[in-house]
Ligand binder design. Structure first.
Ligand code: NAP
Length: 529
């Protein structure tokens, strides 16, 4: 399959006419063919008009049809074969096994949402049957279901070119909910985006769906993204990226005559708490696990452990010594883009110059362009509390260890943290009471709490939460990974005193879809419908 440099507006391959972007192989700094000219305002308008035209029919597709569509996207992605893998490796500098794994995760994610769509629990059906004899007033028949919000703008993430890009978690969950999707491709991997975009468009066609269900736009700079978020036919936004980018999109969404929700996953330093008994018992092993998590994928994960918090003592000293020795032997790894490499260098540079952050170890320097040299810093709790800049995310393999004098200081440091995607506790039995006392604070701060594990590696499952208070995300009530991500793109509608023939299938008296429904406050018995 030859890459064309075209966007997809519904089923049409369209050449943009604004400034072109070109992928750069970060391992060599060489630009890759072809060029991807950007969308004009008219292209954005066209994609939004098609998405809006598709919405009412797509959202009422039978659950089996929509589930089959998601599975067909997965099949089409797999059938792209090695071309997709090679292009993604070239555009991102990520190793081939990582890209192969990510393709597996992407397809599994689509198939998982197909299972969710078929089961129909996300429709959240609640039925309050009429109580005609109730005094002093009768109760009407009330039936609630969830309906999709409308077309969703999705911003592909640079650090997951497949699993959080064109057909990644945001797109899969929005399509599962019944929302058409318009993707603004990330400029770092346009060829990967084109290939996956064509796979999605082919699935739309094979499944006989309206063409506006999916479009893919390119754009160098912010204009396309802002135009998309500002279009009145867009009803929600999914985003993974920088804090500045997420905030800019939230502002644009709020400035509309009709504001819309933005589900932005932005910035997290993922504190790791090392409790005294655990440190004393296995400080060296903890250091090994920590350095492996910190340096995996050049640290380019939103769940990267960028902060370690622990009480001073011989256990912590052993941990730091072992971690420093390991970091010094870590070879440099190519980062995703020159921009991300430069941002990493700037962040590390600020810590190197900071009067109260001491460099404890640096990894091996890279010989090639854009290579991330791992860094480990140490600071004292009072210094950390005194300077908010010390908790800024450095996207890459850099982490700061905060030494606390006692339990009270540990609590102060945790209280001082911004919102986080994760908080990790390493503990032994003797640490349990101390950990229990901190749980209420940690629950206020983070979306996922882990014990004796590492935050990198996010399971796509029913119970997963990949979210958290600002700035981890712009909306802490939701998750962007896992099946609950579908709930972001839904809203409830109540039908009062509808005749059965006019009710949507999910709400009909006979429960023809065999859904698990809440009937008069109880789970509905299947023979009682
Ligand atoms: P980014 O700069 O936030 O860009 C992500 C997407 O949002 C791109 O499509 C970008 O479009 C768009 N965008 C950004 N700012 C915008 C604005 N003001 N208005 C409209 N659209 C805007 O993220 P990135 O390029 O992936 O990486 C940059 C930095 O983001 C990294 O160094 C890292 O700090 C952070 N990051 C964090 C995570 C995480 O999971 N926490 C993941 C990836 C990156 P254009 O490229 O066309 O401007």
């Amino acid at each position: 399959m030859t890459l064309t440099g075209n966007m997809l507006i519904g089923q049409q391959a369209v050449t943009g006419s604004q400034q072109a972007l070109r992928a750069i192989d970060p391992a060599t700094d060489h630009p890759l063919e072809p060029a991807y000219p950007g969308a004009t305002g008219a292209h954005v308008e066209q994609a939004c008009a098609l998405a809006w035209a598709a919405f009412d029919s797509y959202r009422e597709t039978p659950l089996t049809v929509r589930a089959h569509f998601l599975e067909t996207i997965a099949d089409e992605i797999e059938s792209l074969g090695d071309e997709l893998i090679e292009r993604a490796v070239a555009e991102t500098g990520l190793p081939r096994p990582r890209i192969l794994g990510e393709r597996g995760r992407t397809c599994q994610q689509l198939r998982t949402f197909a299972r969710v769509v078929r089961a129909g629990d996300w429709l959240g059906v609640r039925v309050d049957t009429a109580l005609a004899q109730r005094q002093p007033l009768p109760r009407p028949d009330l039936r609630q279901r969830q309906v999709p919000l409308g077309p969703v703008a999705v911003f592909g993430a640079s650090n997951f070119p497949l699993a959080f890009s064109v057909a990644g978690g945001d797109s899969a969950s929005a399509l599962a909910a019944g929302c058409p999707v318009i993707v603004k491709a990330h400029g770092a991997h346009p060829g990967t985006s084109e290939l996956v975009g064509r796979a999605v468009a082919d699935a739309v066609k094979k499944c006989g769906l309206p063409e506006g269900v999916f479009s893919l736009l390119f754009g160098a700079g912010n204009d396309v993204g802002i135009a998309l978020v500002s279009d009145p036919r867009i009803k929600a936004v999914g985003f993974t990226g920088s804090r500045n980018g997420g905030i800019a999109l939230c502002k644009a969404a709020q400035a509309r005559p009709e504001p819309i929700p933005v589900f932005a996953e932005m910035s997290s330093i993922n504190p790791v708490l090392l409790f005294p008994a655990a440190l004393d018992a296995r400080g060296e092993a903890l250091a090994q696990g920590f350095v492996a998590s910190l340096t995996q994928g050049a640290g380019q994960f939103c769940t990267n452990p960028g902060l370690v918090i622990a009480r001073q003592g011989p256990g912590l000293e052993r941990f730091i010594k072992t971690a420093a020795g390991l970091v010094e032997r870590i070879t440099a790894q190519t980062m995703l883009t020159p921009g991300i490499f430069n941002a990493y260098e700037t962040g590390v540079g600020l810590l190197l110059e900071h009067a109260n952050a001491q460099l404890t170890a640096a990894g091996l320097r890279g010989e090639s362009p854009n290579q991330c040299q791992a860094h480990l810093f140490v600071t004292q709790a009072q210094d950390f509390l005194a300077d908010a800049a010390l908790q800024a995310e450095i996207f890459g393999a850099a982490s700061l260890i905060v030494q606390c004098a006692d339990d009270d200081e540990t609590r102060q440091v945790i209280e001082h943290l911004e919102g986080q995607l994760t908080a990790t506790l390493h503990l032994d039995d003797a640490d349990l009471e101390h950990a229990r006392a901190l749980l209420p604070v940690l629950e206020r701060k983070a979306g996922r709490l882990l014990v004796n594990g590492w935050p990198t590696g996010v399971e796509v499952s029913d119970a997963m939460v990949h979210g958290g208070p600002f700035p981890a995300t712009s909306d802490s009530r939701t998750t962007s990974v896992g099946t609950a991500a579908i709930l972001r793109f839904l809203r409830p509608v109540c039908y009062q005193d509808f005749p059965d023939s006019l009710l949507p299938a999910a709400l009909k008296h006979g429960n023809p879809l065999q859904l698990r429904r809440l009937l008069d406050g109880q789970g509905e018995a299947q023979d009682n419908v």
